[in-house]
Design a protein around this ligand. Sequence first.
Ligand code: NAI
Length: 318
Amino acid sequence: KADPVRFDGQVAIVTGAGGGLGRAYALLLGKLGASVVVNDLGAPMAGQGSDSRAADLVVNEIVKAGGKAVANYDSVEEGEKVVETALKAFGRVDILVNNAGILRDKSFVRMSDADWDLVQSVHLRGTYKVIKAAWPHLNKQKYGRIVNTASAVGLYGNFGQTNYSAAKAGIVGLSKTLAVEGARKNIKVNVIAPNAGTRMTATIMPPEMVEAFKPEYVAPLVAFLSSSASEETGGVFEVGSGWVAQVRWQRTGGAAFPANRTLTPEQVRSKWSQAIDFEDGRATHPTTPGDSLNDFMANFDNGGDEEEAKPLRDDGTV
Ligand code: NAI
């Protein structure tokens, strides 16, 4: 029988852990033996203002259940202070769960620079700043587990959420590159796109969905990815209501043209249906820029057929 997943002797930072999903993560990690930094600014959903009670309540819950926890009330935009709290209280840091978030939904036409900037700052820059402060410690100890938070909206897009989806997609890119940079130091970095009934979704989910999508149902995946039991890295996982699934990029087999001359828009149009056909059995799943480039390289010696192989003009056009 495999060992249980435990975090004894390890230190976890969970951002935005004063409520919603973050609270569920902090409670579970605390229950499984981690010393937890419960970070929360106590911000209202649109992001401005603060209240230390949110983090304190969760710390009390963890301590009452026999666990170890301290509160931190700084914004994740000041990541170094959040990490400092972990080092001061517990002397190390092993796990980061970057979860803090706000919403400023507006159609693009109505969105102000402030709506854009604050959402980027809390989600993308906040995630960056906490990781940036912890990274040297993870590097040095050759161990780290990072779970970042994206959203289906960042993967697929949604009306009224340009600011949020841009930040969430940015977190995916950040995580995939950190997974590469952390590989040699046993730092694993993954992303989740959760679904949960919280104050963030209570206004759009009907009550039966809030009930079905409990934050507690997301927490076990976060705990698994945060543990030494998981070797997974660079992954994106959608999770909620008893369901976990990985998401990856898919690319069509593509439309090939002569590689040694400039294409015309009409040539592109002539093979458009092939360029976008995922169903012809040639689609692939590139996972690295190298994978991505291989198919371009394979086309290098494509000189075109008789009909396409007209002589080049001096300017390189056909
Ligand atoms: P929530 O609003 O219940 O919790 C977010 C927490 O982050 C709050 O306690 C808030 O005070 C805190 N926070 C906000 N700004 C902060 C800052 N600058 N520094 C520190 N803490 C800050 O929301 P929920 O639903 O628990 O969301 C958690 C994460 O999951 C967010 O990143 C959200 O974008 C993401 N998410 C949630 C989904 C859902 O279905 N609930 C769907 C997709 C993504």
